[in-house]
Design a protein around this ligand. Structure first.
Ligand code: GCU
Length: 835
């Protein structure tokens, strides 16, 4: 074969729509179409030279070859010297300047920053990837590959990029037994049965994903820490994880237990002011650094949700943080102290009590007392990753303390990766929120990056919780949250739209219809989720004392956890004003406090977070609170229904496997949105006694309650909480096989029959739907949802479409229980299909 022919052969796209597991996430390096590939092949030098031999730079070179091979179908030639005709040259900034003729002198690159440039001199063409650090070289390489995947022009390439903040970390809430607290993508990639996994290949693949976003630190064990992590037994194991990450420039972080000096050190105390305790932390830290010399730091959750802390000795958080920070200091390590400190045994009867106040109350008075390698890690809102919270006032208060914002990538309160919710627009609102900490122009992002009060360090932490499942996070769409987190940590000025577009194109390809559809689903998804799970600042109306998944409007009330919304028959919302409430609004700087304090200026979307109002209170929108609640819940459910329809139009444009998996997810999601809609609306309808002006709440067209059907073997059972079941009731099968039948009395025509049933995680019940004697659908309820009960979490919808019905037809659902799952039914809906 001639050289020319070989090129042509190599340019034919390799991939059609073959099945993808999602494991490659946004680093698929899918073959570009022939014309685009040819353009790049003609522009890029065919040779690569890496100037340094550090593992990270070597990784960069390998990644470049891999990416170019995948996208362009050609293999770069590796050379140890820069040939006169040109090369892609990778290396540290000064080395690249020296090696590439004619590179103009410029400002030195920021640490971890990079510069990409293409220079042509005569017939020579050099593309340089210069890094401000070894990591910068790798980040620059990923940036170049991203540009190619996105089809960006290379000809005039000349770009500098620097990370917005030094700290760009992820946290993992992995337990040593391999489970993950609030993880929805399978078991831990790090741990199994109390030890570090033998096979850490998934850890290095994860390191690659993180490096592609510029993430440079990763904690590998739960903040609810098992103290054994600091025993000698674990150090060599931890060192293996550090080794797997090292080629990707990702440094290890450990969560520690504050009681460690006593629990694993055998001391009589863990008092941070005790000299023996300080010495213990120092010796332990030295030992850690002998095992992992590039350890990035340690992380602590103390005095929170049952974790012990300095309060045991009447010491301050600064005392606690500094004792460990001082041990880390000689090694250059950072100590992250979580701002998530609150009392979860608060008296709910006291209307002045307020969990939202806790972070500020605990830390503001200590400002200035923390050592300069301590970072206070602050959740983005004052409560706990709820669907809508204001930005934490603590960001605007700390002037002499390093801080980092904690964002939760794993979708704990956002449908736990079973629903599609793109969190970037929510994070952007927090990051861009102007705290007015020194007059206007002090957004949260600048405060955490230490740019306002000139702090030595700070930045971003994302609770990622990926798992062993092929697609890392439990579904394909959730990957956008990890991608988005990393991109924002590098550059929080990117827009949500830019991030969604990039992610979609890298993950699903450049087909304009695919890009436009997925981008639009992602971009609206947070607000849609908010519409049906907790609008107007109510926070997520979920089972906050249980699985944090299903709907349970009152679960937040009458307990010490402090996620109260105080909705009752008279009104809703929590009075957090200074004038009459908890005073939380006064924790913001005056200009912000004033806006939240007044009903006239408080934004509608946070109204019930700051104010308790009657249901008839008129919003800025001109609608009452109660009617807005009803309407938004209907709007939200309709929108999710729309996701399914939009996705279906992508059939044949997305590979079969991901198409089918996302479709199943969206169909499930649409059913859940309806469950939430009805539950929340029915609850507020009962509480307020105010009818829906549009007559929808309590009147479901075509709905037939299971308990009103002709039952054989099925018995009525209450649903708890009541709003989780239609009419507060369901039927559960008490025999080996049961049936529920109804006679259709409508007009002859085509119908969709929806069966609302309960799919728990403790059995695989079977269902069959018959019209007359004909079986029109059957399935096994084998989904895994976090409940073993008949409740809103297990409530699931099955739609059987295209059913011809005539008056008198008998529709029968047959259920066969399995294990703890009683083949329960809530209702049927028989809905006419449009001709
Ligand atoms: C949430 C979450 C817990 C977690 C805690 C934390 O409350 O539900 O699982 O431990 O946050 O951030 O520490």
């Amino acid at each position: 074969m001639s050289g020319k022919l070989r090129w042509l052969w190599a340019l034919v796209p390799l991939a059609g729509l073959h099945a993808e597991t999602g494991a490659d996430a946004w680093l698929r390096y899918a073959a570009l179409d022939a014309a685009a590939a040819r353009r790049y092949v003609n522009t890029l030098p065919p040779v690569v030279v890496v100037l340094g031999n550090s593992p990270v730079e070597q990784t960069a070179q390998r990644e470049l070859i891999r990416g170019i091979r995948g996208m362009l179908g050609v293999t770069l030639r590796v050379s140890s010297t820069v040939p006169a005709e040109g090369a892609i040259v990778l290396g540290l900034d000064p080395a690249v300047r020296k090696a590439v003729p004619g590179t103009p002198a410029g400002n030195p690159l920021a640490e971890d920053g990079y510069a990409l440039s293409l220079r042509t001199a005569g017939t020579a063409r050099h593309l340089s990837i210069a890094g401000g650090s070894e990591r910068g070289v790798l980040y620059g390489t990923f940036a170049l590959l991203r540009k190619i995947a996105l089809g960006e022009a290379m000809e005039a390439l000349n770009e500098h990029s620097a990370p917005y903040a030094p700290v760009r970390w992820v946290n993992h809430w992995d337990n040593l037994d391999g489970t993950i607290e609030r993880g929805y993508g399978g078991r831990s990639i790090f741990w199994d049965k109390g030890v570090v996994r033998e096979d850490l290949s998934r850890v290095s693949e994860y390191g690659r994903l993180l490096a592609s976003l510029g993430i440079n630190g990763c904690s590998i064990n739960n903040v609810n820490t098992d103290p054994r992590i600091l025993t000698a037994e674990y150090l060599p194991q931890i060192a293996r994880i550090a080794e797997a990450f090292r080629p990707w420039g990702v440094r290890l972080v450990l969560s520690v237990d504050f009681g460690s000096p006593q629990r694993v050190g055998g001391l009589a105390t863990f008092d941070p002011l005790d000299a023996g305790v300080a010495a213990w932390w120092k010796a332990k830290t030295d030992e850690l650094y002998r095992a992992v010399p590039d350890l990035a730091g340690l992380l602590l959750k103390a005095d929170s949700e049952g974790r012990i802390g300095p309060s045991a000795y009447g010491r301050t958080h600064a005392d606690a943080a500094n004792v460990i920070a001082r041990a880390l200091k000689p090694h250059g390590g950072l100590f992250f102290y979580r701002g998530f400190v609150y009392d979860h045994h608060m008296d709910w009867r006291n209307l002045k009590n307020d969990r939202a106040r806790a972070a500020y109350d605990n830390f503001n008075r200590l400002d200035g007392q923390f050592d300069d390698n301590v970072v206070i890690q602050i959740k983005h809102g004052p409560i706990d990753f709820q669907v809508r919270e204001p930005a934490s006032p603590l960001f605007g208060a700390l002037e002499h303390t390093n801080q980092a914002i904690e964002l939760q990538v794993t979708q704990e309160y956002f449908g736990q990766a079973r629903q599609l919710v793109f969190l970037v627009p929510m994070w952007k609102e927090a990051l861009d929120f102007d705290m007015q900490a020194r007059g206007a122009g002090t957004p949260v992002k600048a405060l955490v990056a230490g740019k306002v009060f000139q702090r030595p360090t700070g930045g971003f932490v994302g609770v990622s919780n990926v798992g062993l499942d092929a697609n890392w996070l439990g579904n394909h769409m959730s990957q956008a949250n990890l991608y988005g987190y990393g991109r924002l940590a590098w550059n929080p000025d990117l827009t949500s739209q830019q991030i969604a577009a990039e992610w979609t194109r890298l993950t699903f390809g450049n087909d304009p219809q695919v890009v436009q559809t997925i981008e639009s689903l992602q971009l609206k998804s947070w607000r849609v989720f908010e519409d049906y799970t907790g609008p107007l600042g109510l926070q997520t109306l979920t089972d906050i004392v249980g699985n944090h998944y299903g709907v349970s409007v009152e679960a937040s009330e009458r307990n010490g956890w402090g996620q109260w919304h105080r909705s009752d028959e008279k009104g809703a919302g929590m009075d957090r004003t200074v004038a009459t409430g908890t005073g939380y609004a006064g924790q913001y700087r005056p200009a912000v406090a004033k806006r939240y304090e007044s009903l006239a200026t408080c934004p509608d979307e946070l109204l019930l977070f700051f104010h308790h109002v009657p249901y008839t209170h008129m919003l800025h929108s001109g609608k009452t609170v109660i009617q807005t609640l009803y309407d938004l819940h209907y709007d939200g459910a309709v929108s999710v229904e729309g996701y399914v329809n939009s996705w279906k139009l992508l059939k044949g444009r997305v590979d079969e496997r991901r198409y089918a998996e996302v479709l199943a997810q969206l169909e499930y999601h649409a059913g859940q949105a309806q469950v939430w809609r009805d539950a929340v609306n029915n609850w507020f309808h009962r509480a307020s006694g105010i009818a829906d002006a549009k007559g929808r709440v309590g009147h479901q067209p075509g709905r037939i309650e299971a308990e009103a059907m002709t039952l054989e073997g099925y018995a009525e059972t209450p649903v708890t909480p009541w709003e989780g079941g239609s009419g507060g009731k369901a039927v559960a099968c008490q025999a080996a096989e049961c049936s529920a039948a109804t006679r259709f009395e409508g007009k002859a025509g085509w119908y969709t029959v929806r069966v609302q049933y309960f799919d728990q995680n403790n059995g695989n019940a079977r269902y069959r739907v018959k019209v007359g004697e004909q079986v029109v659908d059957e399935w096994t309820a084998s989904n895994w949802v976090p409940t073993q009960k008949i409740d809103s979490s297990s409530s699931t919808r099955r739609s059987v479409t295209g059913i011809a019905l005539r008056p008198g037809d008998v529709i029968r659902v047959e259920g066969t229980p399995d294990g703890g799952e009683k083949a329960a039914l809530d209702y049927l809906e028989v809905l006419p299909e449009r001709p």
